[in-house]
Design a protein around this ligand. Structure first.
Ligand code: F1P
Length: 358
């Protein structure tokens, strides 16, 4: 059943998107008391390498978490979908003396994630930690220890605050492992300030989506922002049934730019680390006639000149603390585009909240 363009405020998905700043603060409080985090932090030597595993949104979360983990701890980390552990287990092996796995699943019931945890722990003897928003889940039964974020759970089929909250939790844990208390405090401050900004972000995105329609949606990000770009593309697909893709920003020049037209919405997740190079791509796509959306922490003159919409987050701390907040504009874009098409983002087409296999 479609949502009337005026009635969306009652939507569970919409309310959960807007709840994120506040929920992040409660999650950060929960983490301080978590014994599972202490388990993750226990280490026998620094040569640990990490495997982050998930499915769907939880796989893109694994991507953003793995890059954050390496940037914060210096330890090698990579993301793998649950299905690869099951179908290509040999790809999981590494010559690290201490390989550990973190399996991510909002529901804790996704068959591929639960079976992957079983294979990692029982068949490969790899210490396996679960992170989920559901209590007493099947995943918990397959892991050495499990971090359960109850406050981040949601009614919505598509993952929004569960994605950002679990990502922030893994960043917080990585910073603790690296003894980086300043990063942990900046996450708290970021959550407080973002809670005050999310309302205006929603207004800007709603007005932008109402005033335009697109054939193609492209999301671009480098480093940890690439995982965010992948999740952004999925959010617009899930909530608005639109054609949506993601790329590393500079990779977009190597062929994909062939699709650029005035009917293409290009969202740039602009990092501080790669800004000059990323702005060159932004300028080039604007010249090709694309409609450009820039999500950044602080905008400069060239970003303003070459963007049709600038979403400036103005958050304190290091760019990595802003990572989770960068996905919210795309959650809103997916939501308002779906509502604009007469769809109901609370009941996304063809989707179930959990993929359970026989
Ligand atoms: C993973 C997931 C979601 C997707 C849909 C189906 O769930 O793929 O990402 O949006 O809801 O399930 P989970 O393993 O994180 O519960």
């Amino acid at each position: 059943m479609a949502i009337k363009p005026t009635g969306y405020a009652r939507s569970e998905t919409y309310k959960e998107i807007l709840s994120q700043g506040d929920v992040w603060q409660s999650v950060l409080h929960e983490l301080k008391r978590s014994t599972s985090v202490e388990q993750i932090l226990r280490s026998n030597n620094r040569k640990t390498s990490w495997l982050f595993v998930g499915c769907g949104t939880s796989f893109y979360l694994a991507d953003a978490a793995a890059t954050s983990w390496t940037l914060l701890t210096g330890e090698p980390a990579r993301a793998v979908p649950g299905s690869e552990i099951l179908l290509y287990p040999a790809l999981t092996r590494s010559n690290s003396t201490d390989l550990r796995a973190i399996v991510i699943s909002r529901s804790g019931r996704t068959s591929e994630a639960v079976r992957a945890a079983h294979v990692l722990r029982k068949k490969m003897q790899i210490p396996t930690i679960g992170i989920t928003c559901a209590e007493k889940s099947e995943l918990e039964g397959e892991c050495d220890s499990t971090l359960v974020l109850k406050t981040a759970d949601e009614k919505s089929t598509v993952m929004t605050r569960s994605f950002t909250s679990m990502l922030i939790s893994l960043q917080w844990t990585a910073a603790r492992r690296a003894g980086n208390a300043e990063f942990c405090n900046s996450l708290q401050e970021m959550a407080i300030q973002f809670a005050a900004r999310i309302g205006s972000l929603a207004e800007y995105m709603e007005a932008f989506v109402e005033s335009r329609s697109f054939e193609d949606y492209v999301f671009l990000g480098q480093g940890p922002f690439h995982g965010i770009a992948r999740e952004a593309a999925l959010k617009v697909m899930e909530m608005s049934c639109s054609y949506s893709q993601s790329f590393h920003t500079l990779e977009f020049r190597h062929g994909p730019k062939a699709i650029v037209s005035p009917r293409t919405a290009l969202t740039f997740f602009l990092s501080q680390s790669g800004l000059p190079s990323e702005i060159e791509v932004l300028e080039e796509m604007k010249e090709l006639g694309g409609i450009t959306i820039s999500v950044c922490n602080v905008a400069n003159e060239s970003i303003r000149r070459t963007s049709d919409l600038v979403l400036e987050l103005n958050l304190p701390g290091d760019e990595l603390t802003h990572l989770a907040s960068h996905i919210v504009p795309s959650q809103l874009m997916g939501f308002f585009t779906g509502v604009g098409k007469g769809l109901n983002p609370d009941q996304p087409k063809n989707l179930t909240r959990v993929v359970v296999l026989d």
